[in-house]
Design a protein around this ligand. Structure first.
Ligand SMILES: C[S@@+](CC[C@H](N)C(=O)[O-])C[C@H]1O[C@@H](n2cnc3c(N)ncnc32)[C@H](O)[C@@H]1O
Length: 199
């Protein structure tokens, strides 16, 4: 999907995604001390806004101007400060070694682009910082619910882990997510990693 397609999708409805924070994000950051956070592909900003309410100083990036405007509007209505930025992640270079947390939630793009985004995400982590990626697993296409049908946009947690050579992998696993009104669970992948304190 191109940027214009995302703009159209976001413009067509009030909320394209749940207004609640992602359940895996909430669980994985529960044990972290708040610092600077970067949300890559932030969409309507629900996760970035939630992180900000938990004490994180958040920068959040997406290339859909419509999504970013919706996110800014919600943050303003709720009185929450988040630095929303409109940029293509393939070109975006996070401030190096600046963030205690970098999250990438449900960004499904071709492998070459994904590797470039992951490289930037890892470089943006401060020493000791945590990286979290959650997305639809490749298996979700045939055995799960929702998400992209194009296998070229999907992968596995182990492949993601192999694309983060500078980080220590803490978790690389498939996780199930129940979906309202669906008989089957969605099959997600979750990768949590940490930038070593030295190196
Ligand atoms: C499935 S949505 C997920 C949004 C949000 N992370 C969430 O979990 O609700 C994917 C998002 O990725 C964004 N996106 C896709 N390719 C991108 C790119 N190259 N640069 C920036 N954003 C991109 C889309 O605009 C969209 O908001």
């Amino acid at each position: 999907m191109q940027r214009e397609d995302w703009d159209r999708r976001y413009a067509a409805v009030e909320n394209l995604w749940s207004a609640k924070p992602n359940r895996f994000l909430a669980a994985e950051v529960a044990d972290l001390e708040a610092g600077r956070a970067l949300d890559l592909a932030c969409g309507e900003g629900q996760n970035a806004i939630w992180l900000a309410t938990q004490g994180w100083a958040v920068t959040a990036v997406d290339y859909s101007e419509v999504a970013i405007e919706k996110a800014r509007g919600r943050a303003a209505r709720e009185g929450v400060a988040v630095g929303f930025r409109c940029a293509d992640l393939v070109d975006y270079e996070p401030e190096p070694a600046a963030f205690e947390l970098v999250v990438v939630l449900y960004l499904h793009i071709p492998a070459e682009e994904r590797r470039s985004v992951l490289e930037g995400a890892a470089a943006g982590l401060a020493p000791g910082g945590t990286f979290l990626l959650v997305g639809h697993d490749l298996l979700n296409r045939t055995e799960g619910v929702g998400g992209p049908s194009d296998p070229n946009l999907l992968t596995t947690p182990h492949e993601i882990a192999s694309e983060l050579p500078a980080l220590e992998i803490e978790k690389a696993e498939r996780v199930l997510r129940d979906v309202d009104g669906e008989a089957r669970d969605a099959i997600d992948m979750l990768v949590r990693a940490r930038r070593p304190l030295l190196g």
